[in-house]
Design a binder for this molecule. Structure first.
Ligand code: ZN
Length: 252
């Protein structure tokens, strides 16, 4: 199994990180740990060094931070990604977040910086991991302006069915997280997305299936079971195909 997107570098795991990774290692081929800011990018790299060969890294710039940060922090974050480009599996999470009403200037910065990051991905031939909330089709249209980006992953996809279908038509990947367990919208999307374009993730520590507990990679089993029930395809087949996809997009 592979968790194609999680944040084991986050402080939520400071108490039990090593234990949890050792536990996960028994059942998983890889976990893909994701950065969202300068600090978490740095931590993710250190984890990659420590768990060499098992823990993989994507370095990113979460759109909410990208919208708020000053120019200097933005430049530093993008520079950090470029400096480590040969040591990361993809750029992400990056994207657009319209989930709360944000001031115009924040949204403007989100857009500008999203473009900058897409330029980096395009220039360095890196896959991207997208975090998009309530702007899925807009993000899809923007990404399509960068045809040289090798692979595009909509992490924790929460858009509508038509956007999912359009993204699949572009050859992009839709990643389902443990929040797919609870919603009808996700069920429709799971039905609409073929296995060849599907990834599974937990987004740990977020989106826990158990209230009050941090999510963890081992819970990916539950996402796969949901896909199994919804698509009537065996657990083994889903596991095999989504693994294959993750290995391809992240060059694992
Ligand atoms: Zn995430």
């Amino acid at each position: 199994m592979i968790d194609s997107h999680c944040h084991l570098n986050f402080a939520d795991f400071d108490e039990n990180r090593d234990e949890l990774i050792e536990e996960t290692k028994k059942e998983f081929k890889y976990v893909v740990d994701s950065g969202a800011s300068i600090e978490s990018n740095e931590k993710s790299l250190l984890l990659k060094e420590k768990y060499d060969g098992f823990l993989k890294t994507t370095m990113g710039y979460h759109p909410v931070y990208a919208g708020r940060d000053d120019e200097e922090t933005c430049e530093k974050t993008i520079q950090q990604i470029i400096e480590n480009i040969d040591n990361i599996e993809a750029i992400g999470e990056i994207g657009l977040d319209y989930s709360e009403s944000r001031p115009e200037d924040e949204l403007k910065r989100q857009h500008e910086r999203f473009h900058k990051l897409l330029e980096v991905a395009s220039e360095y031939d890196k896959a991207i991991v997208l975090h998009v909330r309530e702007a899925e089709h807009r993000a899809l249209d923007i990404v399509n302006e960068y045809p040289n980006i090798p692979d595009v992953i909509f992490h924790c996809f929460s858009g509508g069915k038509q956007t999912a279908i359009d993204a699949v038509d572009c050859g992009y990947y839709i990643s389902f997280a443990t929040n797919a367990l609870f919603s009808k919208k996700h069920k429709k999307n799971i039905k609409a997305v073929p296995l060849e374009n599907m990834l599974t993730e937990t987004d740990s520590p977020y989106l826990s299936p158990v209230q009050g507990e941090a999510n963890q990679p081992l819970n990916i089993r539950k996402t796969i079971e949901r896909i199994e029930r919804t698509k009537k395809i065996s657990f083994e087949e889903i596991e095999k195909e989504t693994e294959k996809n993750a290995i391809k997009v992240y060059n694992l």
